[in-house]
Design a protein around this ligand. Structure first.
Ligand code: GDP
Length: 312
């Protein structure tokens, strides 16, 4: 315990609690004994409505915020709905971060993404590589919105002395993921496609792109542990990467998914679909030096997610 520890009675607002990250945060916080977790569905509070957000903070006396509400999606969704990705994320960030300052929230954690880093930066990616060269085109609007979010946190800290920190997770997976093939990320997409291919007895599973891009995957329960761990440390500001420490090719990922799902056909690479950024492996040593490490091996994580997918 230290002065920075979040009190068990603190009023903690988890923005985006129905999403994959927000729901993992709620599970973690509840397991850790926090008693006053505040949530709102989109129907109850539209975070893009500045007025409504201000009234919410004024009335609720929020002490701590986890800002995990965002418009998220895979490579195709980012390409087809760029305006939604930039506008909605900017609006949510501006409203929540400004209201958190205005209503004296003691600590806020903003969740970004590893796509904020330049497309061709050295690997593994350190926090310092931000804004050193051009972004990956397929998700630039989303990345710009997330960079704006972390810059908002930095600016408010500098001007107003707030304590807003930013966490940049690598590609995430876990319960409550999105399995809609048009908007999902690669891992839930492959799980669903392999499952359906096995049931139909297909010969091949279609994998987008060349299979060569490398991605790092972190189970969202590991992310939630990292987030609560960091919020209980004497950290007032800054950007922290959070990843599993190793990456795989999309080809290798597809093979692992097929093994877990029990699909025995072959893989077919659909090169009409984009590869996106060639590699995205985070350097998470800042968090590691403080004592945090991912604990869920990827195949175990995929197996538990697949069990959950079949059950639902
Ligand atoms: P990214 O990490 O922002 O590029 O987002 P994604 O998770 O959507 O895609 C990661 C990589 O997986 C890209 O190279 C995709 O082309 C590839 N991929 C292979 N099959 C699929 C699929 O069925 N859906 C998605 N979303 N990506 C796929």
């Amino acid at each position: 315990m230290n002065d920075a520890t979040i009190d068990e009675d603190a009023r903690i607002f988890v923005a985006g609690h129905r999403g994959m990250v927000g729901s993992a945060l709620v599970r973690r916080l509840e397991a850790d004994g926090y008693r006053n977790i505040v949530t709102r569905t989109r129907e109850q509070l539209d975070l893009m409505d500045q007025w409504g957000v201000n009234i919410f903070f004024e009335e609720e006396g929020i002490d701590v915020v986890f800002l995990a509400a965002a418009r998220v999606g895979g490579i195709l969704a980012n390409a087809t709905m760029p305006a939604s990705f930039i506008y909605e994320n900017l609006a949510i960030e501006m409203n929540v971060i400004h209201a958190a300052y205005r209503w004296n929230v003691s600590k806020l954690m903003f969740f970004g993404s590893s796509c904020i880093y330049p497309r061709n930066c050295p690997q593994p990616i350190k926090e310092d590589y931000l804004l050193t060269s051009a972004l990956e085109a397929t998700n630039e609007p989303y990345a710009i919105a997330k960079i704006a979010g972390l810059k908002l946190c930095e600016a408010y800290n500098r001007q107003y002395g707030t304590r807003f920190v930013s966490l940049m997770p690598t590609n995430l997976y876990g319960p409550n993921d999105n399995y809609d093939l048009k908007t999902s990320h690669v891992l839930p997409a492959l799980i669903r496609k392999a499952h359906e291919a096995r049931l139909r007895g297909d010969e091949f599973l279609s994998v987008w792109g060349s299979g060569a891009p490398r991605r790092e995957f972190l189970h969202v329960d590991d992310l939630a542990t990292a987030a609560v761990f960091l919020m209980n440390h004497d950290i007032d500001e800054g950007v922290f990467n959070v990843g599993a420490g190793a990456d795989v090719t999309i080809h290798e990922l597809a093979q692992t998914v097929c093994r877990v799902v029990g699909f025995e056909g072959g893989l077919e690479f659909d090169r009409s679909k984009p590869d996106g950024t060639p590699r995205k492996l985070l350097d998470s040593s800042r968090l590691a030096e403080m004592g945090w490490r991912a604990s869920i091996p990827i195949e175990d994580g995929i197996r538990s997610v697949y069990d959950d997918f079949v059950a639902h």
